[in-house]
Design a protein around this ligand. Sequence first.
Ligand code: SF4
Length: 376
Amino acid sequence: MIYVHVPFCRSFCTYCGFYSELAGKDCETVSRAYVEVLCKEIEARKDEIASSGHNTLYIGGGTPSVLPLDAFSDIVRCLHPQGQWDEFTVEVNPDDIVRKGRGYAAGLRSLGVNRISMGVQSFDDGLLHWMNRRHSAQEAEEAFRLLREAGFDNISIDLIFGIGDFNGREFTDAMWEESISRALALKPEHISAYQLSVEPDSALEKLVERGRFSQADDEKCARQYDCLCRRLREAGYHHYEISNFALPGREAKHNSAYWRHVPYVGLGPGAHSLRHDGKWLRSWNCDSLENYLEATEKGFQTICDGEELSEEQMHLEDIMLGLRTDSGISPDILSKAEKATAERLLANGDLVLADGRIRIPEERFFVSDSIISELA
Ligand code: SF4
């Protein structure tokens, strides 16, 4: 199970706090240097990669679709000279797909990419502009069509809800419903929907500090989340994780494996890895492109730091990650004290017991953080 981080974006979205570099005119040159170094990291960590089970590859970012096709082809060649991935996902932005056209999408397909995750976020042009996205709603639809024409039959769309007033406009429930309707009209196999949060180091954080933006209240966010759950349920989607919905059988294999603590290898700047060598180890790569390139030059030691995870930490993460999914957790993993808490949560309906597993019912997913915090 491999994650590759591509640290480039063509512009920075208002709400985003992820580290990435601005992909300017020299993007092709910089990205080639990046892929060259990435391949050195792959070579240096080949034993770790070979021993990581679960045959999935996820190229995320940043914006991987800023990369030219030959960069993808180099990454694929370095990683997996023979064979196919069970699931090979690439994150794309609609503007790249529209600008580069069907040939680019078909090129990704021919490299073995069999799942696309596209950041759409909204189908309201005013909101997209405020978010500093580089595409319109119509371009998102056009990108989706191009991906379908290129043969992609597994496409995920990201949406954002729970937005406060922006540019003097209210993010109304009707606007949110309209975005859901336009997303559903495309019939994507998968939808991920996130409540807007104010991330450290984002442009949004500065707007909040200057009093130019305030977050939507909980009541509105809960209403919009309920609307999302209802509309997607009616459309036949399986709500398998708090923020994730899939048509049956189209649940994301790679992300689902993270939630089950399957070990993974993270490559590229800032990528995290999880290993199990008798004990659990989490490590992370240097998080700026400059440090990553430099570290790799010096003996390809890209891992900046790491920590050993205690049994207790892993246990708490098992509870937290498991309860975010509709598979829940086995009661057998709970300690005596946790079982007593679970009994109380079962009695008041915050948890349900079904098929021998404890889970949060969908109508309480919105307050899952507080339910989970009682147990873990
Ligand atoms: S949301 Fe995605 S495209 Fe926008 S700045 Fe963040 S990583 Fe880049």
